[in-house]
Every structure is written in structure tokens, then in C-alpha cells.
Design a protein around this ligand. Structure first.
Ligand SMILES: NC(=O)c1ccc[n+]([C@@H]2O[C@H](COP(=O)([O-])OP(=O)(O)OC[C@H]3O[C@@H](n4cnc5c(N)ncnc54)[C@H](O)[C@@H]3O)[C@@H](O)[C@H]2O)c1
Length: 480
């Protein structure tokens, strides 16, 4: 059997590497239009930082795992073709700021139609709007010259979480496969199911109809993001009442009906999926006339934006309502620990707001490069996943106010404040006395992830703000 995957990104790379690693007899080729990305996949420094990824790629690469830009050749030869291209939010035209931009998706479908001379199973791996499979069927049917060729479209959304992708792929909670309930559709589902059952217990490989599978992915992300916005909304109430959100989270999370996961209050969720997928869900609801349902889900994104605003407002209030010319150390830029991914990271919004108030930012992240941070800060909203968004005049302005540092200590030297944006483990064990000694006084810590101990840091002399935790008297006094 030969598998090809169009799109060598955060999903296509690791998922295909896992199939190749677990099934040495299946040839797997991961394809992309970006030569640089393929070169990185073929090098010693992979394009993605993900714990455990190097080991599985280095074992399978060259044996039965290959990375190539020769999309048409390998698509033409494959039995199963995964599509794992980016599906960003539309930035212009009808549905801008909400609907999924399916440009890359459609172009992948057209490539398949052009390259295929025999019947194939096509697997949607990208997160797509409901009924996308129907659109793919139409593109393939109208563009494939040989009418005897069959395309069975399956939906196999990916549920991995960045930072734990390899563990998630090795031991998934479930694998979901949706297909048409026809004879050939069911056969295609069985073929893909058999691949996963090589390492996933069969009761964890769930099958569904195509539309249920497509909608399940959007729904799963909406539910996860909703939990974060729910606890973040409560964090604001905690600050107003003297309650501690960590205690509230623990108390409610021990209820087995609620459960403890995704209940950490923070500066807000980020990542390439949550906001994009909720906005997509909102757009679909509006398209079918479900305004109330759309409004309900939109509020999850509204609270997320509110939380980021609230965080910066707390910073400004505490620092006498001005950060003009003040050095602000930003600890962490990635949207979560153990990944170098910065898409929709809250750090972008926080830095933007501080820079709008003329702050000087000194940022340290163990995985994100300076080029990546500057690019992210220079892009317009929703442009991060669009290749056209790479060049921007904003960059010159960003470079005047934003520098990167090689260590947390370097970032904090001479700073008025530290803002923790990512929960990297190393930030929990820094020598905070040393950091304090090198900072301008009063020295502030704004903990956007609730990872430091406010009591210990206050003993050192810091003014500490932790999301949803009782306010430092200093913060309250200077707030207005
Ligand atoms: N990142 C995640 O954690 C995650 C998790 C689950 C699902 N998803 C979904 O998976 C999909 C892919 O996400 P990602 O994070 O891997 O995106 P990505 O941007 O990292 O990778 C997509 C790749 O597809 C390539 N591409 C685009 N059009 C192409 C074409 N026509 N031919 C060949 N290559 C093409 C791009 O060059 C890019 O390298 C999205 O729909 C996303 O919503 C992502």
C-alpha cells in the first residue's frame, strides 16, 4: 500500500510519520508545495518542534517515510491520499473574518484530479466546514478526464494537540472516520480503519457518516475553547470578589460530571485551531439561519479577546497607567509550552497593546525564533496562515520597539515588569531573586499562566498579578 499526504505541516508531518513508524510495510510520502519546508523535513532540524517527533521521523525516514515536492507523481501513485493543507480564516470577501478559506483545499483537490489515473481513497485530514467532502467530490468528478475512476471521500479529522502530538498519535482517545454509507464508501472506511488498527485498539476507531465526522471536529474544538473561556470569565469575577480561581477550578473539577481538564485560567487561548474553527462554526450557523446558536459560540471568542484586554489593562493600571519607554520582559511567545507554534498566540495581542502604549518589549522564548516573532507582530489579523501575508510595512515599526533575548535573565535585565505568556517549565524554576535584583523598582510580575507562586515572589519584593487570584494590594491601590 502507498499513502500520500498533501500538506507537510503540524498535522501532515507528525500524523504521517506515525503511520510510517507503526506500519513499516506501508510507503508514506508527505508532500508540500513549499520547497523550504520539505528541505527541513529531510534535514536534521525538522520544521516543527514536538517532543518525540525526531525519534519517529529519524527511524522511518528513508525506510518507508519520504518527504517530497513532487506532488503529482506521488499522488498519482498512491492508494490513499490524505489532504492536510491549511484552512485559515478568510481575510477578504464574503465571510471575511469568519468563514474558512478553502483556496488551498480546492487547489489540492484539483491536483488530485489532474494526477490520478486510477481509483483512490481521499481522506480529509484538515479541519473543514460541514459538507466540504461534497465540494471535493464535485471538483474531482468534473475535472478527472477518465470517468471510470472512483474517488471515495473520507473524513478523518485530527484531534492531536500540539506539544503532546506524538503521545496523542501513539495513544489517541479515539480515531474518527466518516464515510458515505454506500458499499464502496463502507469499504473505504474499512481500509483506513485497518491501517489505524495496526496500533490503535479497534474500539477506539469510531466510524460515522461523513457530515457527522466533519462537524465533530469543529464541535470538539468549540467545546474545548468554551471551557477555557468559561473559567476565564470566572477569573474576572474572582478578581472582583477576592475568590481564587485556582481554588474554584479545583473545587469544580473534582465533580466527575465536569472533570479537571481545560480548567486553568490564563491570559487566553491561542493556537491555529480554536478561534479559526469557532468562527467557522459561527459562520456555518449563520449560513443556515441559526443566529442564536451562532451568537452563543461567538461569545467564546469574545471572552477570549476580553481576557487578553483585561490582562494588558491590569498591567497598565498597576504601572501608573503608562508603559511609555518602559522595558517590558515577555517570557514566552509560543501559544503553549512544548511547541514553537505561534499562530494566534495571546503574546501577539499583548505585545501589540503594550507597543501601542510605546513600551519597549524584550522577549525570550526557548523555541521561537526572532524572525518568527517579528513576522507575527507585523501581520494583519488572520494573515498568519496565508503565505501572502509575509511582507508588511509594519515590520519596521515593530523592530524599533521589539527585541528578542537569549535568556529570561537577559530579557528581565533593566525591565520594569515581566509578563509570563507561555507556561514553559523553565519559567517555574528561574532564580527570581536574581531577576528581581536586575529590574527597575517597583518590579512587577504579571503571570498570564498562573505558574509562579505569588506568595514567594511577594516575599522577594515583586508586585505580583496572577489571573483570577486575589489582587496584590499594590495593584489595587494604583488601579483606578
Ligand atoms: N495544528 C494543529 O494542532 C491541528 C490539529 C488538528 C487539525 N488541524 C487542521 O489541520 C489542517 C492543517 O493544519 P497544519 O497546522 O498542519 O497547517 P500548516 O500550515 O502547518 O500546514 C499546511 C501545509 O500545507 C501546504 N499546502 C497548502 N496548499 C498546498 C497544496 N495545494 N499542495 C501541497 N501543499 C500545500 C502548506 O505549504 C503547508 O506547509 C488545518 O485544517 C488545521 O485546522 C490542525
Amino acid at each position: 500500500m502507498k499513502i500520500a499526504c498533501i500538506g507537510a505541516g503540524y498535522v501532515g508531518g507528525p500524523t504521517m510519520a506515525m503511520i510510517a513508524y507503526k506500519c513499516p510495510d506501508i510507503e508514506v510520502v508527505v508532500l508540500d508545495i513549499a520547497q523550504a519546508r520539505i528541505d527541513q523535513w529531510n534535514s536534521d532540524k525538522l520544521p516543527i518542534y514536538e517532543p518525540g517527533l525526531d525519534e519517529i521521523v529519524f527511524e522511518a525516514r528513508g525506510r518507508n517515510l519520504f518527504f517530497s515536492i513532487d506532488v503529482e507523481k506521488h499522488v498519482g501513485e498512491a492508494d490513499i491520499i490524505f489532504i492536510s493543507v491549511n484552512t485559515p480564516t478568510k481575510v477578504r470577501g464574503v465571510g471575511a473574518g469568519a468563514a474558512a478559506d478553502l483556496t488551498y483545499w480546492e487547489s489540492a483537490a484539483r491536483t488530485i484530479a489532474k494526477a490520478c489515473t486510477s481509483s483512490k481513497i481521499i481522506v480529509e485530514k484538515s479541519t473543514v466546514p460541514v459538507k466540504t467532502a461534497e465540494a471535493v467530490e464535485k471538483v474531482l468528478a468534473r475535472n478527472c478526464v477518465d470517468k471510470s475512476i472512483r474517488f471515495d471521500i473520507l473524513s478523518n479529522p485530527e484531534f492531536l494537540a500540539e506539544g503532546t502530538a506524538i503521545d496523542d498519535l501513539k495513544k489517541p482517545d479515539r480515531v474518527l472516520i466518516g464515510g458515505r454509507e454506500t458499499e464502496s464508501g463502507l469499504k473505504a472506511v474499512a481500509t483506513l480503519k485497518a491501517v489505524y488498527e495496526r496500533w490503535v485498539p479497534s474500539e477506539r476507531v469510531i466510524t460515522a457518516n461523513l457530515w457527522s465526522a466533519e462537524l465533530s471536529k469543529l464541535t470538539a474544538n468549540a467545546f474545548l475553547a468554551q471551557r477555557i473561556s468559561s473559567i476565564n470569565a470566572i477569573s474576572a469575577l474572582c478578581e472582583a470578589t477576592g475568590a481564587n480561581v485556582k481554588q474554584v477550578s479545583y473545587a469544580i473539577g473534582t465533580d466527575s460530571r465536569i472533570g479537571p481538564k481545560f480548567l486553568n485560567a490564563s491570559v487566553g487561548f491561542g493556537g491555529s485551531c480554536f478561534q479559526k474553527d469557532i468562527l467557522n462554526l459561527v459562520y456555518i450557523c449563520e449560513s443556515v439561519g441559526l443566529k442564536e446558536v451562532a451568537d452563543y459560540w461567538r461569545s467564546v471568542v469574545t471572552i477570549n479577546d476580553y481576557q487578553k484586554d483585561r490582562f494588558v489593562n491590569r498591567m497598565l493600571e498597576a504601572m501608573f497607567n503608562t508603559v511609555s519607554g518602559k522595558r517590558c520582559a515577555i517570557f514566552g511567545f509560543a501559544f503553549k509550552k512544548d511547541t514553537g507554534d505561534t499562530r494566534e498566540t495571546p503574546a501577539i495581542d499583548v505585545c501589540h497593546k503594550l507597543m501601542a502604549d510605546k513600551a519597549k518589549i524584550a522577549c525570550y522564548d526557548p523555541q521561537v525564533t526572532e524572525d518568527q516573532m517579528i513576522r507575527d507582530l507585523s501581520l494583519d489579523p488572520y494573515m498568519w496562515d496565508h503565505p501572502a501575508g509575509q511582507v508588511t510595512p509594519k515590520m519596521t515599526m515593530v523592530k524599533q520597539q521589539f527585541t528578542t533575548c537569549k535568556t529570561a535573565y537577559e530579557a528581565a535585565a533593566g525591565a520594569h515588569c515581566i509578563a509570563i505568556m507561555t507556561e514553559w517549565d523553565e519559567f517555574k524554576t528561574l532564580d527570581y531573586q536574581k531577576l528581581y535584583d536586575g529590574m527597575v523598582k517597583p518590579a512587577y510580575i504579571f503571570d498570564g499562566r498562573n505558574i509562579v507562586d505569588p506568595v514567594k515572589l511577594r516575599e522577594i519584593g515583586f508586585v505580583v498579578y496572577g489571573i483570577g487570584q486575589p489582587l496584590d494590594p499594590f495593584v489595587t491601590e494604583s488601579a483606578f
